[in-house]
Design a protein around this ligand. Structure first.
Ligand SMILES: [Cu+2]
Length: 125
């Protein structure tokens, strides 16, 4: 192996390990999109909310709590995985949510075993 080929090999190896490390660092489940989205103003009653994460999540160890303006939990079903989309949690409201300010507190366990949590808010006019 000549010197050029050797340094090319080293460069490739370094690039590969950097890529591998960054993929580990990104592997936690972060919130990618939510409907309604953060700070969104909805103009109708709301039957459900959904949260899509960057990784698949374990529903048994994940949860979504929605609080009204008085910080009381609203009547909602347990967060369930969307069909055929294991990185998406859906919460049904029965009765539908009415006008007001709402805060969403979520926590998830991603399939790689890491826990993450966060919160955001939206309102209904
Ligand atoms: Cu992770």
């Amino acid at each position: 192996m000549n010197k050029t080929a050797f340094s090319r090999g080293v460069a490739l190896l370094l690039a590969f390990s950097a890529l591998t490390f960054s993929q580990f660092a990104l592997a936690h489940a972060h919130l990618k999109t939510a409907v309604p989205a953060d700070k969104m103003v909805v103009h109708s009653f709301l039957h459900n909310a959904s949260l899509t994460f960057t990784e698949d999540v374990e529903p048994a160890f994940s949860g979504v709590e929605i609080l009204n303006a008085q910080h009381q939990p609203v009547a909602a079903g347990k967060a369930k995985l969307a069909e055929n989309q294991h990185n998406k949690l859906v919460v049904q409201f029965d009765p539908p949510l009415q006008s007001g300010q709402y805060q969403v507190n979520w926590h998830v366990l991603s399939v790689d075993g890491h826990k993450t949590k966060g919160s955001y808010s939206f309102s209904i006019k």
